[in-house]
Design a protein around this ligand. Structure first.
Ligand SMILES: [Zn+2]
Ligand SMILES: [Zn+2]
Length: 255
């Protein structure tokens, strides 16, 4: 049994066989998928999936840092609020990506701050994408955390300091198939997250774990990541599946 805490199931990559992807996820032991809306458009489609698969697919709504330049709070907040009212379980993914810098950094910070504020207002958790933006991410999530906002650093590969800062304000850390890659070299990061803050995710269609690396990813591959995390932490595979499932339930408020 597991929960995929981050999958882009509304992505066009799944347009031809989405129903089979859901069937395979269930057959592999998934009991829920958190379908990420990384744009208002994606969130609407993810929300439709949540309606089609009630209790199994859940959805989030946010604007990805790559698209922050197009984020206009006066216009887009209404869309975010509408999806939260329709049952989105979290705000995001949002955050800061200074690796690609697809949007100017000040616009990224502005869009992220606005989304942290709306999460606080609605009492929902935040799904955070962060890459090479350690100091700003830390400052913003620590401030939000002190105001009661909870969230997850998704697909996390950043520094131990940033992980600790997030954990210190009650946040969670999620690992993807990256931990199965041959080039992965930070097992200590996987070990420093306490059992009750650990999540796993596919981030599909991206980042398929070994031995599927390079192919389109899907939620049914998450057990490969769970096995790797279990190996790194020297825990039984079932125990990792169990704690990550209950953590995802708690963070996202799933039944
Ligand atoms: Zn991301
Ligand atoms: Zn994502």
């Amino acid at each position: 049994m597991f929960i995929d805490s981050h999958v882009h199931l509304a992505d066009p990559a799944f347009d031809d066989d989405r129903a089979e992807i859901v069937d395979r996820a269930r057959a592999a032991g998934a009991i829920a998928l958190v379908c990420v809306g990384e744009s208002l458009d994606a969130a609407r489609r993810a929300g439709d999936l949540a309606m089609r698969y009630p209790g199994f697919c859940h959805f989030t709504v946010g604007v990805h840092p790559h698209d922050a330049a197009d984020f206009v709070a006066d216009r887009d907040l209404a869309g975010i609020r509408a999806e939260l009212a329709r049952g989105a379980v979290a705000v995001g993914e949002c955050g800061l990506d200074y690796h690609y810098d697809h949007s100017p950094r000040d616009r990224q910070r502005e869009a992220f701050a606005t989304q942290l504020a709306v999460a606080r207002e609605y009492g929902r958790p935040v799904v955070v994408h962060t890459r090479e933006a350690e100091a700003d991410t830390r400052a913003m999530i620590v401030d939000a955390g002190h105001e009661g906002v909870r969230g997850v650093l998704h697909c996390f590969t950043g520094s131990h300091q940033l992980a600790r800062a997030a954990l210190d304000v009650g946040w969670y850390v999620s690992f993807s198939g990256i931990v199965t890659f041959r080039k992965w070299n930070d097992d200590e990061l996987v070990r420093l997250v306490p059992e009750d803050r650990l999540l796993v995710e596919s981030d599909a269609p991206y980042l398929a774990p070994v031995p599927h690396r390079g192919r389109r990813n899907e939620p049914s591959f998450v057990p490969r990541t769970i096995e790797r995390v279990a190996g790194i932490r020297n825990m039984p595979v079932d125990a990792v599946a169990e704690v990550t499932t209950s953590n995802a339930r708690r963070l996202f408020g799933l039944a």
